[in-house]
Design a binder for this molecule. Structure first.
Ligand code: APR
Ligand code: PHB
Length: 388
């Protein structure tokens, strides 16, 4: 078998790349280790930057997003001194779209089906080879080994994928920060607590009130990483969440059974090489951000913007500069988002070793946001997404 680009991983990165390339007549094969149902059962964040929305439009995946997504022109920050709003429209004339990553992935699968794209699910033992010569990828399916010759390999297989591991240790540098807490998250069929997201700094720890639609809410609370989600009853979760949200929100919010309850670790990670010969890494395969600020999916989408541009130019006119500069261009934007999500994490969470000085600095960061247009504007620009 032969194709132009083999894409390892059928998450949002891999699917968006495949869709943009297929639409331009470039052949792809997507190799995904899991079943489609499994991929679509993963619950992830739900805030799309305006650039992500534009990219999804270009990919032809905007009809349901426009019907069911919710544009948000601001968000709330809550502290012990009360709640205030960051108005994205006012501060930078932009907005975000609240629309779940699961929905984005479903729409991308539907778009891929509509153009007859090749997606192999339950492809096991996927392995790229000869990346400095004549690249090919092998995989196993139903007990048989398959081999696909290609021009390029896109490593879109997430943090635990195989792609990054084939880059030799002396050709990559990895930088990491692990945060000393996790997020316990639930989804519930309840009316959202507020009209926009609430990010709360509270002495008991961070809390986030988010949503998917009018009758589906997503909430998170900061917990010690060692906590067991099964030991958190729904009642205990709601009680703790309410303590951390402003009284006026807690007193009126609707509660109900949780649909999903899990703890996610918080980490920042960057692989400082996103290219190795014919292999290009994109999305979680190359970098991880903590969820504060919802940059994970958006960064994955911006990588695909740069990578698809490079590949389209190469196949269109033989112009190689887009591919040659891919890693540097993508990484510049990655580091900006790494900084922003680290900063948002640091001003909103309680750290185990936080002393009085750290505490005061955190409070002043939040007071700056409350009082200074310039501080709010810097936050708004980053939150809605820096230009591609
Ligand atoms: N072979 C084939 N597929 C693989 C392999 C492998 N060895 N390893 C992982 N995969 C698949 C996973 O099953 C998954 O479906 O690659 C896919 C990677 O998808 P994601 O982890 O969703 O990563 P990505 O597409 O880069 O999406 C970006 O944004 O909000 C964040 O972390 C969140 O998933 C999100 C990400
Ligand atoms: C979510 O809705 O899941 C969400 C929203 C904003 C974040 C993180 C997660 O910063």
């Amino acid at each position: 078998m032969k194709t132009n680009v083999v894409i390892i991983g059928g998450g949002p990165s891999g699917l968006l790349l495949s869709q943009l390339l297929n639409k331009a007549g470039i052949g792809t094969v997507v190799l995904e280790r899991r079943s489609r149902d499994y991929v679509l059962s993963r619950i992830r964040a739900g805030v799309l930057e305006s650039g992500t929305v534009d990219l999804l439009r270009r990919a032809g995946c905007d009809a349901r997003m426009d019907r069911e997504g919710h544009p948000h022109e601001g968000c709330y920050l809550s502290t012990e001194r009360g709640m205030f709003r960051v108005d994205f429209r006012d501060l930078c004339d932009n907005e975000v779209m609240v629309y779940g990553q699961t929905e984005v992935t479903e729409d991308l699968y539907a778009a891929q089906d509509a153009i007859g794209a090749t997606i192999v699910h339950e492809a096991m033992e996927v392995m790229p080879h000869d990346l400095d010569g004549s690249p090919y990828v092998t995989y196993e399916k139903d007990g048989e080994t398959h081999r696909i010759a290609c021009d390029f390999v896109a490593g879109c297989d997430g943090y635990h994928g195989v792609s990054r591991t084939v880059i030799p240790a002396d050709r990559k540098h990895e930088i990491e920060r692990v945060y000393p807490f996790g997020w316990l998250g639930i989804l519930s069929r309840t009316k959202p607590a507020a009209d926009e997201l609430i990010y709360a700094n509270h002495p008991r720890g961070f809390a986030l009130a988010s949503m998917r639609n009018e009758n589906l809410s997503r909430y998170y609370i900061q917990v010690p990483m060692e906590d067991d989600p099964d030991k958190w009853s729904d009642d205990a979760f709601w009680a703790e969440l309410k303590r951390r949200l402003p009284d006026e929100v807690a007193d009126t919010m609707e509660t109900g059974a949780s649909i999903d309850k899990s703890i996610a670790p918080l980490r920042s990670y960057v692989c400082t090489t996103m290219r190795h010969g014919a292999l290009f890494l994109a999305g979680d395969a190359a970098h991880i951000v903590p969820p504060t600020g919802a940059k994970g999916l958006n960064l994955a989408m911006s990588d695909i913007h740069y990578l698809s541009e490079g590949l389209l130019a190469w196949y269109g006119s033989g112009e190689a500069s887009g591919l040659e500069t891919y890693s540097d261009r993508a990484l510049l934007r990655v580091w900006r988002a790494i900084r922003f999500s680290w900063w948002m994490t640091s001003i909103l969470h309680r750290y185990p070793q936080q002393d009085e000085f750290d505490q005061r600095m955190q409070e002043m960061e939040l007071e700056n946001l409350r009082d200074l247009d310039a501080a709010r504007r810097a936050m708004a620009l980053n939150y809605v997404g820096l230009p591609l």
